[in-house]
Design a protein around this ligand. Sequence first.
Ligand SMILES: C[S@@+](CC[C@H](N)C(=O)[O-])C[C@H]1O[C@@H](n2cnc3c(N)ncnc32)[C@H](O)[C@@H]1O
Length: 315
Amino acid sequence: MRKIEILTENDLEDKLCDCLSRHELPDCFLYVGPTGAESWINLDHSEEFPFASTLENLLRRNLPPIAERLPPGVGLLSLGVGEGRKERLLLAEFSRDRTVCYVAVDVSSHLVDLALEAVGDLNVAAVGVVAMTEDLPLFRVRWHSPLLISLLGNNFSNYPPARILDLIRDQMGPDDHFLFDCHVLPGEVGKRESWRRSVERIYGSGLNARLNLAPLTRHGAIPDSCDFSLDLMTEPSEQGPPMRTRKGVRVLKNQTLFLHGDISPLRAGEIIEMGLTCKYTPDQVQALLRAHRFETVRRFLNFEGDSMLVLARPV
Ligand SMILES: C[S@@+](CC[C@H](N)C(=O)[O-])C[C@H]1O[C@@H](n2cnc3c(N)ncnc32)[C@H](O)[C@@H]1O
C-alpha cells in the first residue's frame, strides 16, 4: 500500500511553533505522533466518550441504504480518517464484487498507517495521504470520480461550516457524494440544559483533557501545570443560534517547551486558545447544506435524536 506525505513532521512542528507564538493550539495537533494517536484511540474506545460509538453504530445500521444511492464504481476518499474503522465498514460493503479505490487522509502519519492496516484483508486499492484536510485541492486531482468524500467522527463540526462545505463542494464532480456525521443539538429547547451539562461533562473528562494537552506534554510541558477547560456557548449565525465549545489551556506555572530544536517559554497565567466544535440542530445542518450548494440524498438520525449521518451531493 502506498503512502504519500504532503505534510512532514517538520512542517507540523513549524506550524505548531507558529501557532503557539500566537497563543493558539488548533485541534489538528492533538492526534499527531504516537502519543497523540494513542491518546485519541484511548478516548475513542472509552466508555467515558460515548459519542464515538454512537456515530459508528449509526453508520453500521445504515450501510445498505447508503451503498444503494452511490454510483457504480465509486471510490472512497476519507478526510481525517483516524483509525479508519468506519471506512472499513463502508469498504467491506462496497468491495463485495469489485476492487475499490480508497484514499485515507489524515494529518497524523501514525493514524494513516493504522487506517491502511485496517483494510489489509479487503479487496481495495488503498493509498494513504498525510495531509491537512484544508489542502484537499492539492491532492483531490490525483483520483477520478465518482468518489465518496467522507468526513466522519464529528469532524464536520470542528470547522467553520462555510469553510469546510465550500472546500469540499469545490472539489466535487457531478457524480461525487459527500458523507458526514455529527452530534446535533436537540431540537426541543426544554432538553437543552441537561444536554449541555452532559456534553460539558463528557468533553471535560480526564481522557479528553489528556488528548487536548498531548501536544504540550509531548514537548515537555508538566501535565499538572496546565489546566484544560471547556464550556459550551451560544453564538449567533444566519441559520439561528448554534452552540459551540470554547476550549482553552491556562498555564499554571512558568515552564519551557522544547520545540523543533528550540526552547519556548510558557508563562504562568497565559491562556492558549484551542479549536472549536459546533453543535447545530438538524434543521441548521440542512440550511447550511442548501446555502453551500449541496442537496441531501439521505439523512439518518439516531433514536435519541442527538446524532446525525448525512449523504449529500452537489447541486
Ligand atoms: C475526531 S477524530 C475522527 C477520526 C475518525 N474519522 C473517526 O470517525 O473516528 C479527527 C481526525 O481528524 C484528524 N484531523 C484533525 N484535524 C485535521 C486536519 N486539519 N487535517 C487532516 N486531518 C485532521 C485527526 O488526526 C483525527 O484522526
